[in-house]
Design a protein around this ligand. Structure first.
Ligand code: OAD
Length: 230
């Protein structure tokens, strides 16, 4: 742990990329590891614009179940360590693929959400967005303009928010070190950020496709390793 901790200590500019694994210890399932969503469901049925067009109630029921589960979850020691790191490093960018809002809840400030936010609802007709954490009883929900609302997340086959991706690219290129925590790094363009970094510390209980290429690959959970790295 000493060498990666030293690398982080000497870095003036730090970027972090997180994935579902960072929220695992808050009780939120991941997508591809044990018990992950995509081991029980086909993503084509739940996380594509085609699935939503086919059966919005079915897709919304799954999102609303996740919203209720996430509403019970609290940030864990990994989320909190990243808040602490941001206080230590004036040039700090946290890039997340997570839509659960736990980084915001923990208190992270300079946060880029690549895949949107499960608490945001967006109108398919007028395009208006609103943040709504309440229980949605009638599914699918509708906007005051009469249009149907969709979850404000990025689905497979959809582009990432352009400005967010540009900012993430710039932050990673400029960083002295990129920490990659809790992601299988299989989904692009997010995973494509990793090779752009000059030095990378990966934190994951399992090996990923990038483990052999990074500067340090640390085996363990983010709630365990991130606080020790600081
Ligand atoms: P995955 O489910 O693909 O990967 C989760 C990773 O976290 C795996 O590599 C696990 O080994 C690791 N992991 C599990 N528990 C951990 C822990 N306690 N601490 C640290 N790591 C742990 O999730 P993502 O990589 O985030 O996209 O998936 C990327 C995208 O695919 C998601 O944003 C979502 C999904 O489909 C969309 O919905 C667009």
């Amino acid at each position: 742990m000493q060498a990666p901790a030293q690398l982080l200590k000497s870095a003036a500019k730090v970027a972090v990329l997180t994935g579902a694994g960072v929220s695992a210890e808050s009780g939120i399932p991941t997508f591809r590891s044990n018990g992950g969503y995509w081991q029980q469901h086909r993503f084509e049925d739940l996380a594509t614009p085609q699935a939503f067009a086919r059966d919005p109630k079915f897709v919304w029921t799954w999102y609303e179940e996740r919203r209720r589960a996430i509403a019970q979850a609290k940030p864990n020691a990994g989320h909190l360590a990243l808040v602490e790191l941001e206080k230590q490093k004036p040039d700090f960018t946290l890039i997340t693929q997570n839509i659960d809002g736990l980084h915001d809840l923990a208190g992270s400030k300079n946060l880029i959400k690549l895949h949107g936010d499960i608490w945001t609802l967006r109108c398919l007709k007028c395009g208006k967005e609103r943040i709504d954490r309440s229980r949605l009883d009638d599914l699918p929900p509708y906007c005051e303009c009469g249009g149907m609302l969709r979850p404000g997340v990025v689905w497979f086959g959809e582009p990432l928010p352009e400005r967010a991706l540009e900012k993430a690219n710039a932050a990673v290129r400029e960083a002295d070190v990129l920490i990659v925590a809790g992601t299988s790094a299989q989904v692009y363009p997010a995973a494509g950020l990793i090779p752009l970094a000059s030095a990378v510390i990966e934190i994951n209980p399992e090996e990923t496709d990038f483990s052999d290429e990074v500067t340090f690959s640390l085996r363990g959970t983010s709630a365990e390793i991130l606080p020790r790295l600081l």
